[in-house]
Design a binder for this molecule. Structure first.
Ligand code: FAD
Length: 444
């Protein structure tokens, strides 16, 4: 039987295979390395855990470098999920490495006092501490009330310290890296990580800095959203698809790492200008919606894979949005309009009240010209409202999604509880998991 996988799936599998190879590499080094004489299984196992941990941690530089060929088959949210779970896995392996040494070979850990301890062991402890801190501050950022910007700078600084210390630890300790070729390999790995850091923190910002954009319009919309229309002063975006997003830097240089992700709410057919529709929710977005035309901006992208273009054979589309999660739907719906695409779209759109339903007038107009059905679901409906009320629950979905839509692509974007509930209801209604795609606006 021949299985015809789409090219994007093949690419996704190929990247996973490459990642597996990168993870296996340290074990190959370990197995082919010169062993210290008289070591036991537990000792070797502990070393294996240490090497595996560093390989898994090193992969994080690749995952967060935002390489478009890597992010395209999965979508950036999935790549960040990989980043999150690989990082937790790496720290678990590191703790295993340390625990085995602590329980069975405590003497090997030497003196704890950094002034008298062997430097390479102190490096190991610094690396472990920094990696643990990286995971704790990321997993519990909101509980610990760490502002996003502070967290981001701290995350980068801790990652540099952790990797520097870990590589110094491996090279300094020298087990399994005693031979010159093994040292060269580890130095090579370290240099590649540094190369990736230089790419993400210096070369890419430099390229963005050379390619600025300008805000040409700031259009207030319903529900407090503002659409910023930007035109490229240099090169426009290349090969973008409806539903994709960019990292926007406004009022700062691209080197300042003050970028925020926003969906391009207009379709590629409206290019080279792009429109970002922003809801004021915090410091940056509050400030961004008041930006005047003429202001300079920098756009890094396009990223993401939340697009009707993923499935050219689809018979129709189901879109379920909450609040500002409507932006990628607008881009996809506008693309269908531009292409005179007659395929049906059912959009189920949840909001607190009628006033906060963004783009409601535009959607009403689009309904007149497109094969589009919009179902507004309001938590607090106005007097006389005859539409759906409450939340987008199983009943709403069952009432508006006929049986024939089950295998259409389903796009979900909005607050976590909304997309989680919609996803489990859709699965229970018989929609295959592969037909459900959700976009997460809250990466950390
Ligand atoms: C793929 C994607 C597409 C998005 N599209 C849109 C859109 O079209 N319209 C829209 O209004 N919003 C969109 N967002 C959300 C938008 O990025 C955040 O609301 C904005 O960054 C909040 O920043 P703030 O300083 O105003 O708020 P804050 O109060 O500082 O942050 C609120 C939350 O936003 C997230 N956040 C903050 N800064 C960043 C950052 N630099 N990078 C990543 N996440 C951050 C954090 O989870 C934070 O807890 C999108 C997010 C993602 C991930």
């Amino acid at each position: 039987m021949t299985v015809n996988l789409p090219r994007s799936s093949l690419r996704a599998i190929a990247w996973i295979a490459l990642a597996a190879l990168a993870l296996a590499l340290p074990f190959i080094v370990l197995l082919t390395g010169q062993r210290a004489s008289g070591t036991s299984f537990m000792w070797d196992f502990s070393m294996g855990l240490g090497f595996g941990a560093l390989a898994a941690a090193g992969l994080q530089f690749v995952l967060t470098a935002r390489f478009q060929p890597i992010t395209r088959p999965y979508g950036i949210d999935i790549v960040y999920l990989f980043h999150r779970y690989f990082a937790i896995g790496a720290v678990a392996l590191m703790l295993g490495h340390f625990a085995i040494l602590y329980i069975w070979f405590e003497d090997a850990l030497g003196d704890l006092n950094p002034l008298t301890a062997e430097w390479e062991l102190t490096m190991g402890r610094i690396a472990l501490g920094a990696f643990v801190l990286l995971v704790i501050t990321s997993e519990f950022r909101k509980t610990l009330r760490i502002p996003y910007e502070l967290w981001r700078y701290g995350h980068i600084a801790l990652a540099i310290i952790a990797f520097g210390a870990a590589v110094a630890h491996i090279i300094g300790v020298g087990h399994f890296t005693a031979e010159a070729d093994k040292r060269i390999l580890w130095l090579g790995v370290a240099v590649s990580w540094i190369g990736l850091m230089v790419w993400t923190r210096a070369i890419r910002p430099f390229r963005l800095w050379h390619n600025p954009w300008r805000i040409v319009e700031n259009i207030p919309r319903e529900g407090g959203v503002h659409s910023l229309v930007l035109e490229p002063l240099g090169r426009g975006l290349k090969n973008w698809k409806p539903g994709q997003f960019v990292w926007l830097t406004l009022g700062a240089s691209p080197f300042a790492l003050k970028e925020h992700p926003f969906t391009i709410s207009t379709p590629p057919e409206h290019g080279p200008k792009v429109t970002l529709s922003i809801k004021p929710l915090g410091d940056f977005s509050e400030w961004a919606v008041h930006t005047s035309p003429g202001a300079k901006a920098y756009l890094d992208g396009p990223y993401g894979a939340f697009s009707i273009d993923n499935d050219p054979e689809a018979k129709g589309f189901v879109m379920i949005a909450g609040g500002v999660g409507i932006t990628p739907m607008m881009s996809n719906i506008h693309a269908l309009q531009e292409r005179n695409d007659p395929r049906p779209v059912i959009l189920i759109y949840g909001n607190k009240d009628w006033e906060s339903a963004h783009f409601r007038h535009e959607l009403a107009k689009l309904e007149e010209t497109l094969n589009l059905k919009v179902v507004h679901v309001l938590e607090n409906p106005p007097d006389g409202w005859e539409g759906e009320t409450g939340f987008i629950d199983r009943k709403v979905l069952a009432d508006h999604l006929p049986e024939e839509t089950r295998h259409w692509p389903h796009f979900l974007c909005g607050p976590g509880p909304l997309t989680d509930a919609a996803k489990s209801n859709l699965l229970a209604m018989g929609v295959p998991l592969t037909a459900i795609d959700s976009e997460i606006f809250d990466l950390v």
